[in-house]
Design a protein around this ligand. Sequence first.
Ligand code: FAD
Length: 478
Amino acid sequence: MPVCVVGSGAGGAVAAATLTDAGIETLLLEAGESHHSSSFTQREGAMMARLYTEAGLLQTEDDSLVLLQGEGLGGSTLHNTALCVPPPRGMLERWAQAGTLAIPPEEVLAAADWVLASLGAREISAGDENGNNRRLREGAAALGLEVRRPLHNRTACSGCGFCILGCAYNRKQHVVPSFLVQAARAGLAIWTRARVHQIRREAGHLRVEGPGFVVRTEQVVLAASAVATPLILDRSGLGGRGVGRSLRLHPFAPLVAEFADPVNAWSGVPQSVLVTHGDRAHRGGVGGFVLMAAAAGPASVAALWPRLGSALSEDIAKISRLGMAGVLLHDRTRGRVRGRRDGRPQIRYWPEVEDQVDLRRGLRDLARIWFAAGAIRVLPPFMDADWLRPGEEDRMLTIGQFRPHRMVLSSVHPQGSVPFGPRATSALDGEGRLLAEPRIRVADGSLLPESIGVPPQVTIMSLARLITQGIVGKGRFG
Ligand SMILES: Cc1cc2nc3c(=O)[nH]c(=O)nc-3n(C[C@H](O)[C@H](O)[C@H](O)COP(=O)(O)OP(=O)(O)OC[C@H]3O[C@@H](n4cnc5c(N)ncnc54)[C@H](O)[C@@H]3O)c2cc1C
């Protein structure tokens, strides 16, 4: 087999489709199962267990931060919330100037246009804005803050609001309908339930091994996610320089708001508004934040609530009147991921002080927005903080303890664990080839040299496209 792609999410699916389109015989290996929307029950307990890595219970090593990732054909794109944000030009220019990325920004942006067209990304109509996002937009507008409506890869969406449990109506243009169906028709071989354990280097070929299978191949494209790709490299004896040591997570801290009238935040398109005044990525800076609605069902909301016992049940009883949003941090903190003895990931990550400061600023600004939208009170994400009333927004800068187990943080955007970059710290050359073994390329969220600062699926797909064009020989790396 000339090329073997490992992982079928945002990066892997685009890589496999690009190779197949070019007539290169390709095998796609995916650890999870193939799912069909007709089997999606919209029940959190069942669907989290089926669609998410470790049933949605993957956490950092001290259990202080929950990390949600997909497992199955389509990876995390199958149950993401369908926001399609092109890579910020400012970040690409920053990387180009630093010599981190060998691909000029214009080429990445052109690849992003191709990705957006392939995903059928389009603006959702104002009529599809739910009560939660409407309040967020109105509050931000009242304060004169910048609000953007991102594109979405959903078509004729019914607005049921269960996106993160997989679309039961098959209206999401995730990577299976957008890339893999056509690629399979054109000859792409796909093995599901094929969890790659390691890659052995042998004279003339690479041996890709997993339980019950061995594949001999000339080249490998690794796209098992920013958590799993470094583990495979580690087990293959390739976990050296730059591998697993610069994990970014885009941590998300929720800020809940109580209103006098119903919000019904769970109903409708979950995230249709981005408040971007704190976003430095578009200006080529690092740090800062994006404010956005939270997308979660009642069980996940309860699991990520900063109060326990009777206080939790009193709060949750008001759920129909609660606005749900949070701060998505453009993090600078470098986490670490490596394999445990049992093969599971051991993830070390907690935001460093400069990120903590930005996150608190984001919470303060979000509190201002909620109050400008008419909220009665807001609940900070700290275990030892109580609800705050209008006029108390600045307390967000000091309230509570910013430390593990004393606050609520989660992540759905792992990145940066096998990055491009200066040779001293990176694992990949500027074209996505592993420095330690150029027959292996990385084409998933791992390769970002810094956190991208916006929802990352379009960036990952764009870079995966360009990197695999290097194998095809038609692209700039041919
Ligand atoms: C709930 C949720 C909502 C999100 N919403 C958005 C959004 O609206 N917009 C946006 O841009 N981003 C969103 N994201 C993030 C986005 O989906 C991810 O950043 C992106 O899919 C990551 O791409 P990837 O290729 O790195 O990994 P993934 O898409 O996670 O794919 C990795 C694949 O590799 C497989 N795999 C793992 N280990 C192995 C192995 N050993 N062998 C074989 N296969 C393996 C996995 O099963 C998985 O299918 C969201 C994510 C989640 C979880």
